[in-house]
Design a protein around this ligand. Structure first.
Ligand code: NAI
Ligand code: MG
Length: 346
């Protein structure tokens, strides 16, 4: 029986284009021959905005729905005003497709450099809420540009939104050997949102008696990411805390060139979107210096999400083996992609 994987591809800007090409190379190499890969490329990002003024036209949003998943490189360029593509494209997609789980695994592969002393064991995942918090655009400014300017940016937290992401995190913790879930918030200061999160976390937790739970304020969590990263297994947190914590997680696990992410709609109502955590890196675009590993690991998350577990494992093993074999001088984006594609097909 032949199966089809319908994949929407948004290479985007800068190194987004370069790393997505390698991700697709590895995907093609790992897919079994009875799976037919159908890709459709979308021209979205800074280039498109400069050319037409569009960020994400409704017709394109509609046609994106008609796919099993989306692979995104990165969008953005210093020439585009801050916020235009973030709100008009990335956040619009996350909200429209209800990507309420923003999944960011953090693993220190053997033989990978970390700035941390003593080479701690790091293997945790951050489940970041993706559709609420301070990212919803609920705010405004008055008397803008005057000495009396007032700005608000209201964090939105709903019982339903918190419960569904907390439940997803419990499920993931339950499925892992250590079965530990840590809630990160700041409920001593952000008391209204913080108590909603903590109450939901405790209530849902009663349904998962095997999962050990912990709570940390976000500032304390940043300390433990550096001093005791091995204490974490699964972390659940709000949109803003998760954004910041996962950049720190990337820094301690070998850098932004290795950090993958998934914007997931667990119900399957809309396609989920997989992307490296990094941006378009205009400082190295076109030089061949971009590490495509984060994009390739994002392809592994995509495969796992679509039920191709064995293929996802092969991609992750190829990355682990490739990292272990590194050290003989720098390789280009293309060379790393070729090496990974050869490992998954060999
Ligand atoms: P960035 O992640 O693009 O770059 C930060 C630093 O990390 C740069 O020095 C860059 O050279 C390096 N770097 C990033 N990815 C790398 C890779 N794969 N291999 C080797 N080095 C790598 O973040 P920055 O500079 O803050 O943003 C650049 C643009 O990207 C901005 O327009 C920003 O808005 C956008 N951006 C887009 C994101 C997305 O599409 N999801 C996420 C983050 C930023
Ligand atoms: Mg970020």
């Amino acid at each position: 029986m032949s199966r089809t994987m319908r994949l929407a591809v948004i290479p985007g800007d800068g190194i987004g284009q370069e790393v997505v090409a390698q991700g697709l190379k590895v995907l093609n190499a790992v897919l079994p021959s009875d799976v037919k890969l159908e890709t459709r490329e979308y021209d979205l990002g800074a280039r498109r905005w400069h050319a037409t003024g569009e960020t994400l036209p409704d017709a394109e949003l509609e046609s994106l729905k008609d796919h099993d998943a989306i692979l995104l490189g990165a969008v953005g360029d210093p020439s585009v005003p801050s916020g235009v593509l973030e709100r008009g494209l990335l956040l619009k997609l996350r909200f429209a497709f209800d990507h309420y789980v923003n999944l960011r695994p953090s693993k220190l592969f053997p033989h990978t450099d970390t700035p941390l002393a003593g080479r701690p064991e790091i293997d945790f995942i951050v489940v970041r809420e993706g559709t609420e918090g301070p990212y919803v655009g609920n705010g405004g400014s008055l008397r803008t540009g005057t000495p009396h300017e007032v700005a608000t940016e209201v964090s939105l937290n709903t019982a339903l939104g918190v419960e569904r992401v907390v439940r997803d995190a419990y499920e993931r913790a339950q499925a892992r050997p250590r079965k530990k879930l840590t809630l990160v918030h700041k409920n001593n200061v952000l008391v209204y949102a913080g108590h909603l999160w903590k109450n939901v976390f405790d209530r849902v937790g009663r349904e998962y008696p095997e999962v050990t739970t912990d709570y940390l304020h976000v500032d304390a969590a940043t300390i433990f990411f550096v001093t005791q990263p091995e204490r974490f297994d699964v972390i659940v947190t709000d949109n803003l805390f998760g954004d910041i914590l996962t950049d720190l997680a990337a820094a301690v696990t070998g850098g932004i060139g290795l950090a993958a992410s998934g914007n997931i709609n667990p119900t399957g109502a809309f396609p989920s979107m997989f992307e490296p955590v990094h941006g378009s890196a205009p400082d190295i675009a076109g030089t061949g210096k971009a590490d495509p590993t984060a994009a390739v690991l994002s392809v592994a998350l995509l495969l796992r999400h679509l039920g191709h577990e064995a293929e996802a494992d092969r991609v992750e093993e190829a990355v682990a083996d490739d990292l272990a074999a590194r050290g003989t001088g720098p390789r280009t984006t293309d060379e790393i992609g070729d090496a990974l594609a050869a490992r998954v097909s060999g």
